[in-house]
Design a protein around this ligand. Structure first.
Ligand SMILES: *[C@@H]1O[C@H](CO)[C@@H](O)[C@H](O)[C@H]1NC(C)=O
Length: 303
């Protein structure tokens, strides 16, 4: 498995000059307001790693024992749905209401073992009827579909009660992949949902990435430095990425300023994280803070 992983990286690298499309960096900085948003929703993604926030039956205040979601705690966010280890891929996360900011937030946890997740990630694409010619990563799609009805039910209930609230889907790593598929699917069903992902792998083929990119709600695909996970499963295997990318260039452990975020677009894009030669797990685990700080390292993602 490790050798497949190395092969992916090698092939992606070798193909990069010929696969690159004409793309530009749109901006070498973002506004302070956008930085604040990216940093805020990261805390909702971080909170999905904390077991108390995804224990079924306990719809409670969202808190992070690792201390990495203070803004969410201050907002007094409360879950309306918590789910844990659903389906063969152990989909885990919550849906929360934030009355301070007028939000309905869907958040998915990443894998408890990032190393196993990286080593075991496979390349299987399966057709997804959401759009013509579209395919999604088989394991990610199965995982999303295992919780689709309960998540949609919670979101619908919240929307009926709070029709003016903004709906946001978020997650880190595998959780970012699930957040992307959730947003795509629920938008297709008529919801307006902004998407904030952190270190998400690629979720499907070019047609799917193009379809999601073109949906009317906003996409914020955040990557960090030389994070290895957004490079997987790999453009070389027919995968592509939701656009645009917000590439955080500051070092792991260092506070992010608005000047540290470069924006670039394209479903095949080498202007951001993908253009880096390194493959870092440390960079994967640091998005504004220690994003998986609540997570243990016991479970692995099963496909
Ligand atoms: C992040 O949190 C995990 C789990 O608490 C801990 O093991 C790790 O050392 C932390 N990493 C950093 C960079 O603080």
């Amino acid at each position: 498995m490790a050798s497949l992983f190395i092969l992916t990286i090698l092939i992606s690298f070798l193909l990069s000059p010929i696969a690159a499309l004409p793309l530009a960096i749109e901006s070498r900085a973002v506004s302070q307001t956008l930085l604040d948003q990216l940093s805020f929703y990261e805390q909702y993604a971080a909170a999905a790693y904390c077991p108390a926030n995804n224990s079924p039956g306990s719809t409670t205040a969202i808190t992070c024992e690792a201390g990495n979601c203070p803004l969410v705690q201050t907002a007094g966010a409360q879950s309306v749905l918590e789910f844990q280890d659903v389906g063969i891929s152990d989909a885990t996360g919550y849906v929360a209401l934030d009355h301070t900011n007028g939000l309905i937030v869907i958040s998915f946890r990443g894998s408890r073992s990032v190393r196993n997740f990286i080593a075991d990630i496979n390349f299987a694409l399966v057709p997804w009827s959401i759009c013509t010619g579209c395919s999604a990563h088989a394991g990610f799609l199965e995982s999303w579909q295992s919780v689709r009805s309960i998540v949609q039910g919670a979101v619908e209930g919240a929307r009926v009660a709070y029709p003016n609230y903004k709906i946001v889907s978020t997650g880190h790593s595998l959780g970012g992949a699930l957040a992307t598929l959730a947003a795509a699917d629920l938008r297709k069903g008529g919801y307006t949902i902004d998407l904030f992902t952190y270190g998400s792998p690629m979720v499907g083929n070019r047609l799917l990435a193009t379809f999601i990119t073109g949906q009317t709600s906003a996409n914020f695909r955040v990557t960090h430095a030389q994070d290895v996970v957004p490079k997987l499963p790999g453009y070389a295997f027919g995968f592509a990425h939701v656009s645009p990318e917000y590439w955080v260039t500051s070092a792991t452990g260092v506070a992010v300023t608005s000047n540290d975020i470069q924006v670039s677009s394209g479903v095949v894009n080498f202007k951001g994280n993908q253009g880096t030669l390194g493959n870092s797990i440390d960079d994967h685990l640091w998005y504004f803070n220690n994003i998986s700080g609540c997570g243990g390292d016991t479970l692995e993602f099963k496909e």
